[in-house]
Structures are given as structure tokens and as C-alpha cells.
Design a protein around this ligand. Structure first.
Ligand code: GLY
Length: 574
């Protein structure tokens, strides 16, 4: 059924081009762009041993749950966008797997409000009530059932080995853990066990996780059943119930990962394939790209003028992007939520007619007043993404998360994994600022079993029926603007993969008012000009960790963001 929907979507957008992939010779090169050295090593090994992109993704996803504990996870959720080349009479197709967390059945609209109707600080972020029902294990299982070629248990073995024998902790991981330890102090009404489990995260030392190894072994042997109905489920629910947590055995047993139609948008002769609701990412990225294309003549004349007057081009672009982003994040806050619960007008929001109207008020000269628009919402920056292409041209773009680094700070005793604090991605009180100082809309209010709105945007770019790019990043609400800029950097600015991910990025999201966040590399001249225009500026040392694979004119390249600890590589599979 998913495929029927997909094929008709592609027909609208030029499916015939995709079908032509059937006759092209199979490429031999594979590529990975991974967030750490351990996942990179394992993904490469699986591909060299004849595994496909999904096999590599499953193996790497479990490894990251061990070696990248701030975001890699068993206790969180995510999204996977996939591309399968034509084979055995089946046409090439793209698909999307939603394994986002769900609100527990016991959750309700005012869960995080006190008796006066005020938001209880940090309740949706830290501790036992902050977690949604995890989706990761079910998601990897579902992807493997449909597309995997190697035995499930063999794909978990590398993660088991890293958990049992340990891995060397990086400085980056130690620093993130120190920051988190400090951040959660005194924020939970009950004592958290994060420190008891993760005090050993010291740079340059071996870190072993025996309980986690046992959990991974059970999942290797029994599959997702262990996590959702077996011993791991019991351990998880015991931990929750001992501390007023919400998740029950029924919540776990009822959890499903869902195949959904991806968002597909036409842009400069390409198809952008990205995440549909409950992510806002695909809609927002297509809106940004299409509005940019519609306004290209106006942008070019503003750039021409800037050249004549000596203004930095980058400042003109940063203002232009901020104008587009204001509109996109206003739509996000108002219209977007879990489409199983609220009607999201997807077709309208990405239609040319709507975006033409929406872009008419964009000014290249001055800042549009924020007050006239619905506000957006900031999310936590810690998530992780990886991109994989196998030697047959199949691709996986996967983003998954615990929300905050290390999630809720709750470790499941006896099972050794961290729980997410994804409940904070709901609007805890529509119209009122949350802990990050921003507000969300009614479409994203809490309901039992609803998925919380996300910005995660695992994205594929198809050209002439083949993969041109596999891209994504962590960064909460900055994910959308980071992916947008990476796409523009490659396609319009002609940058290499590495240049495209390393280039300084800017981000605006309607609120805080007229605030542009920037990577530290942004030049002083650009910052000065933006200040003169009336923007507030905020340096963001870690705005995204883009993992990009690019295939142009038969050449494959891969790049990991200079800001993270990622590794990328292109290699030939014999
Ligand atoms: N928790 C970050 C996101 O889902 O966008």
C-alpha cells in the first residue's frame, strides 16, 4: 500500500526518470557519513561483507546506542528515509519509516501543568515522566524485516562487543556528559541514576556497559519482542512504575513503527524526498527551497546592489533566509502535529500557489515584523544522523534521538540504556513559552498515543532517477535550516560535499524576535551588517553535525561536519 502511494507521488513528479535507473550499470562504490569512528567502522565492514544499506544502518544504529550515548539509543526514536534501486522487476522506490516515540496512554493535555495551570519547570525534560514510548528497536526491526539481507543477530554483534569489551571515550563525549551532569542537577523531583551509570565517561579511557550488552544480546536473540513484550519490557516498566513514570507494558506491546509516504517536492530538476509529519522537516525544507527559487530574481538583484555598495553578500543571504524562515516556522507552529491526530494540509503547504502567495511579503530590504506571525519552537540540539549508500545504489538517511543529550537522565536499571525526554517536543501548554522560551500550537498538544512534533529531516535528493545526495543532521529546530543550506550550498553554490557541510550556517525561527544564530566561523563584516539591519546575533558553537553523501557525474564523495566527531569515507566493494 505504501508503494502504491509512492509510485503515484513519483508519477506526478516524474517517475519515468526513476524507472530509467533499471538499465544503468550497478555502481560499485559505497559511501558512509557517520557521527563517530565506531559506527563508521562497523557500517563500512557490513557493506564490505556484502550487506546492503539497511544492514549497515541497523548495525551502526545499535553501535551508536553504545558509543554515542548522548543521542544514539534504544530508549528513543527517529526517522529513516530509504531509497531502493530497481531490482527483480520492482521499480526503484523511496520510502519512509516513522519510529518516533508516542505519548504513553496515561498522558493527557495538561500533564505538565500544576494546579494553577502553570508549566511545571523541567517535568517534560528531566526524570521519569519525560519519556515517550520508545520506537528505535521496533524501527530497526521493521526496516530489517523489509529490506535487510544479513541475519539480524549478526548485525547486533558489533554493538554487543563494544558494550561488553568497551570503547575509548572521546573528549567530545566526556565534555557533553559533564555539561549534562551539571545541567540536570536539582531539576528532577526524585534522584536520577544517570551519574551512577555514566560517571565513567572519561576521555581516553575504556568504557564498558555490561547491562546494556545483556540487553543487546536478548534483542539479538529474540528480536523486537524482547524490548516490547519480553524481559527488557518488564525491566523498563518496573523502573517507570517505581518512580511515577507513565509507560506501561500495554504501551510497549501496542507500539508500532509506521511506513509513511515521504514528502516529495520538485526543486531545480530534482526530487527532494524527506520526512513527513510527525516531522515538520520535509514540509519546511521543501517550503524553503521553493520560496527561494520563486524569489531568486529578487535575491540576485539585491546581491548585485550589495556588490555595488560593498555590503557583504553573506549578510544579504542571511537576511533573506531569515525572512523565508519566519514564514516557514510560523506555519510549523500553527499547522503541524501528528497527522494521525490532526489534519495537516500537506499538499497545500508545499504547493506552488500557496508558496507564491506566502513569499510575496518577503522583503530584501527590511525585517518583517515577527508579531504578525505565529511563533515557532526551539528544540534540543542533541540528536544524531547518518547517511549510507551501498554499492548497488540503495541509500539510507537516518536521524534518531533521545531529545536532550542523554535524554531524561533515567537509565533502565538492569538493562543499561537511557530513556528519552521527547515529551518536551509537545506543546506543554499551547500559546505559552516552554522551558526553552518558545511556544507551540494546538496541533501539537499532548494526547494519549500521539507522536510529538519533530524537526528531524533525514533527506534524499534524487536526480534522473538516482540518488544525488543523502543528507541530514542533529540540531533540533536548526535541523531544517542546516539541511536547507547544505542543499543550496551543493546545488546552487557549487560547493564540494566537505565545503557544503563546513560552511558557516545561520538560523532564524521567528522567535526569539529577530534573532539570528550562527556558527562561530561567520565573518565579523557579515555580523556587523546584520546588527545594523536590526538583528540580534547569537553564536552557536554546535549548530548541526551534517553528514552528507554526494554523487555527481558518477563521482561519489562523502563529508562529515567539521564541528562533530564524525567520519566519512567512500570505498569500493569488491
Ligand atoms: N527532539 C528533536 C526533534 O525531534 O526534532
Amino acid at each position: 500500500m505504501i508503494y502504491k502511494a509512492l509510485i503515484s507521488t513519483f508519477f506526478v513528479f516524474g517517475w519515468s526518470a526513476v524507472v530509467s535507473a533499471e538499465t544503468s550499470p550497478a555502481p560499485q562504490q559505497a559511501a558512509i557519513a557517520m557521527p563517530d569512528e565506531f559506527s563508521a567502522k562497523v557500517a563500512k565492514q557490513v557493506l564490505l561483507e556484502g550487506g546492503n544499506a539497511v544492514d549497515a544502518a541497523v548495525a551502526a544504529g545499535f553501535v551508536l546506542a553504545v558509543t554515542y550515548p548522548e543521542a544514539g539509543n534504544l530508549g528513543g526514536g527517529g526517522f529513516m528515509t530509504l531509497f531502493n534501486t530497481a531490482s527483480a522487476g520492482e521499480p526503484a522506490s523511496a520510502s519512509f519509516l516513522d519510529y518516533r516515540e508516542k505519548a504513553p496512554k496515561a498522558a493527557y493535555k495538561n500533564l505538565y501543568l500544576d494546579q494553577q495551570g502553570e508549566v511545571i519547570p523541567y517535568r517534560s525534560l528531566v526524570g521519569y515522566q519525560a519519556s515517550g514510548v520508545p520506537g528505535t528497536v521496533k524501527g530497526f526491526w521493521e526496516a530489517h524485516q523489509k529490506f535487510g539481507s544479513k541475519p539480524w543477530a549478526s548485525l547486533l554483534q558489533p554493538a554487543i562487543t563494544y558494550a561488553e569489551q568497551g570503547f575509548i571515550v572521546s573528549e567530545h563525549l566526556q565534555k557533553t556528559a559533564e555539561w549534562y551532569r551539571h545541567w540536570i542537577a536539582n531539576k528532577s523531583p526524585v534522584e536520577l541514576n544517570f551519574n551512577a551509570h555514566f560517571s565513567g565517561l572519561k576521555a581516553g579511557t575504556l568504557f564498558k556497559q555490561t547491562a546494556l550488552a545483556k540487553t543487546l544480546k536478548r534483542i539479538a536473540l529474540q528480536g523486537e519482542k524482547d524490548f516490547y513484550q519480553g524481559k527488557t519490557a518488564t525491566l523498563l516498566v518496573d523502573e517507570m512504575q517505581a518512580h511515577d513514570g507513565l509507560i506501561t507494558l500495554q504501551d510497549l506491546a501496542d507500539y508500532q513503527a509506521i511506513w509513511r509516504d515521504p514528502i516529495v517536492g520538485e526543486w531545480l530538476g530534482r526530487q527532494i524526498v524527506s520526512a513527513p509529519p510527525p516531522s515538520s522537516g520535509g514540509i519546511a525544507i521543501v517550503q524553503l527551497l521553493k520560496m527561494k527559487a520563486l524569489l531568486q530574481p529578487a535575491l540576485e538583484s539585491a546581491l548585485q546592489k550589495a556588490k555595488q555598495t560593498g555590503l557583504p553578500e553573506r549578510a544579504v543571504k542571511a537576511h533573506f533566509y531569515a525572512e523565508l524562515e519566519k514564514r516557514v516556522y510560523a506555519d510549523r507552529a500553527f499547522y503541524l502535529g501528528d497527522s494521525d491526530f490532526v489534519r495537516v494540509p500537506i499538499e497545500v503547504l508545499i504547493s506552488d500557489d500557496y508558496l507564491l502567495k506566502r513569499s510575496q511579503s518577503v522583503s530584501l530590504e527590511a525585517i518583517t515584523e515577527s508579531e504578525s506571525m505565529q511563533p515557532g519552537k526551539i528544540e534540543s540540539p542533541e540528536t544524531t544522523h547518518f547517511s549510507i549508500i551501498d554499492s548497488a545504489g540503495n541509500a539510507v538517511s537516518n536521524t534518531y534521538t533521545l531529545n536532550m543529550p542523554f535524554g531524561s537522565g533515567v537509565v533502565i536499571s538492569g538493562a543499561g540504556f537511557l530513556m528519552n525526554d521527547e515529551m518536551d517536543d509537545f506543546s506543554t501548554k499551547p500559546g505559552v513559552a516552554n522551558v526553552f522560551g518558545v511556544v507551540g500550537g494546538k496541533a501539537n498538544e499532548i494526547s494519549p498515543e500521539k507522536r510529538m512534533l519533530s524537526s528531524m529531516s533525514p533527506t534524499l535528493v534524487l536526480k534522473d532517477g538516482e540518488i544525488e545526495m543523502v543528507v541530514g543532521t542533529p540540531g533540533g529546530s536548526t535541523i531544517i535550516t542546516s539541511v536547507f543550506q547544505a542543499l543550496v550550498n551543493v546545488v546552487e553554490e557549487g560547493m564540494t560535499a566537505q565545503q557544503a557541510v563546513d560552511a558557516p550556517r545561520v538560523h532564524h525561527q521567528l522567535l526569539p524576535k529577530n534573532l539570528i544564530a550562527y556558527n562561530p566561523e561567520l565573518s565579523d563584516a557579515v555580523k556587523d551588517e546584520l546588527s545594523l539591519m536590526g538583528y540580534q546575533l547569537k553564536k552557536n558553537n554546535y549548530m548541526g553535525d551534517v553528514q552528507l553523501i554526494l554523487k555527481q557525474a558518477g563521482q561519489v564523495s562523502a563529508a562529515s561536519d567539521v564541528r562533530g566527531r564524525g567520519i566519512s569515507e567512500v570505498f569500493t566493494v569488491p
